[in-house]
Design a protein around this ligand. Structure first.
Ligand SMILES: [Zn+2]
Length: 461
């Protein structure tokens, strides 16, 4: 009798499981799911299952609904669901300097505005509010992961966690007294503490960020590399941004910037280098051999007239190159990845005089899976695949510029805007719902930004 009862119970359980499906935290479904998986599947009426911090399944909505029982559901009948965007180069707190000085040459910009403004204003509180502003803008624009380099990076890490974004965050090491540390030695010591503090963090990948070859001594560059390798951490730096940078190294040691960094051993290990505008064939051989990930920053390179990175050639060599915005002060006035995709594609077309160069799908890949590869985080993020972290966004298709839609990649790269992003999830946590940030007090962040503007303007008088 008891056995029969037990058997009946288990039958009932099995029946209810078949009826209700396996438990999940979320199902996100949309008209189109752009997976960016190796087959580049685009699922019409697709759905993604989220359990904890990861993607548990992805497939046609009808099948997913049969197999899973979610605690919460988000259904976007008129939207595209994609992996979160990856911004591979930023200086987040500089958002408080947005538009402080534009349309001038780099030396005037640095000497007359940025260095004095930084010296008089950048402290921990500045960094905290600047990061909040940047995270707010990034989250609302569909960026779920960003790679940063600035001062007081531990405060940036803390703030990024609060906002719920994912970050590869590099503490700056630079060869002059900085707002946080007065010497490279002090910065290196603080970086080590930072690496230890965030070693096991689910959202933050702490990094060592020597600013560039032209702002650091050889000894500092070597020490930064050794520190990064000791902690299996990435080294984040600027590389070959301007022609001047190469000319200087050629005059000094008869080597390009890339060859010079390599001769110091600085590229041996996990490395993410921003810009890569002035890389010749020999440099690209080095970059490829060392497995360096690159970040292409079209807005910044155009605005500062740095040049045009050979992105098509770089990608054809299977060197991973993602997209970045660079800092918001002067080099770019926003952190808008939708804009960078569009510009990246068009800049390659006009520079090669070939409209086939860098097609939309490849540009979208740069903002997602290729960017993840450049950061060496592609086992975790960059595509919608079972087992990867649940970093997802939706983009609405109900605006005039979003209809009709013949090709989903064309729409994403050439027609949609960051303001079309509706929902954002990072690591299984919903951080934007229907264009409203859930993790920050938006009006407080914006009020503070205006307050800083007054303060910064007064400091420059
Ligand atoms: Zn930069």
């Amino acid at each position: 009798m008891r056995l029969a009862y037990k058997w009946a119970c288990s039958l009932l359980l099995a029946a209810s499981a078949a009826l209700h499906g396996a438990p999940a935290d979320w199902i996100w479904s949309a008209r189109y799911v752009v997976t960016m998986d190796p087959q580049r599947r685009v699922l019409e009426n697709g759905a993604v299952v989220i359990v904890g911090d990861h993607i548990a399944a992805v497939g046609p909505r009808a099948e997913i609904d049969k197999a899973w029982q979610p605690a919460q559901r988000l259904d976007r009948a008129d939207a595209i669901l994609t992996p979160g965007l990856i911004n591979t180069h930023t200086h987040a707190p500089m958002s408080l300097f947005r538009g402080i000085a534009d349309d001038m040459n780099l030396q005037d910009w640095l000497q007359k505005f940025i260095f004095p403004a930084e010296a008089r204003n950048v402290d921990r509180e500045f960094v905290r509010w600047g990061t909040r502003l940047a995270c707010l803008e990034m989250a609302l624009g569909g960026t779920t992961t960003y790679t940063d380099m600035y001062y007081f990076e531990d405060t940036i890490a803390q703030t990024t966690r609060e906002c719920g974004l994912r970050g590869m965050l590099g503490q700056t090491i630079i060869g002059f007294p900085a707002p946080d540390y007065k010497t490279p030695e002090a910065a290196l010591a603080a970086t080590e503490t930072f690496l230890k503090a965030y070693a096991q963090d689910p959202l933050i990948v702490p990094a060592v960020a020597p600013h560039a070859i032209y702002t650091n001594s050889d000894a500092t560059l070597k020490a930064a590399r050794a520190l990064a390798n000791r902690y299996h951490a990435p080294l984040v730096t600027h590389l070959a941004e301007t022609r001047h940078e190469n000319d200087e190294q050629l005059a000094k040691r008869h080597m390009t910037a890339a060859a010079a960094l390599d001769s110091l051993g600085a590229l041996t290990g996990w490395t993410v280098a921003a810009h890569g505008v002035w890389l010749d064939d020999a440099d690209l051989k080095i970059i490829k051999a060392r497995g360096v990930g690159l970040s292409h920053n079209p807005s910044s390179n155009m605005k500062l007239a740095s040049g045009i990175a050979p992105a098509v050639k770089i990608l054809s060599l299977a060197i991973p190159m993602g997209l970045g915005t660079d800092g918001v002060a002067g080099s770019n006035n926003d952190v808008d990845m939708m804009e960078e995709m569009d510009l990246a594609a068009k800049l390659q077309k006009v520079s090669t005089m070939d409209p086939r160069a860098l097609p939309a799908e490849q540009a979208f890949a740069m903002a997602t899976i290729t960017g993840a590869r450049a950061l060496r985080l592609d086992s975790m993020i960059g595509s919608i695949e079972t087992g990867k972290r649940a970093d997802l966004i939706t983009l609405r298709l109900d605006a005039p510029h979003a209809v009709p839609m013949y090709n989903v990649y064309s729409q994403l790269v050439y027609a949609l805007h960051s303001s079309d992003v509706a929902d954002v999830m990072v690591n299984g946590r919903e951080i934007v719902r229907d264009r409203k940030i859930l993790t920050l007090d938006q009006s407080a962040v914006m009020a503070k930004a205006r307050e800083y503007q007054e303060r910064i303007q007064t400091s420059l008088r």
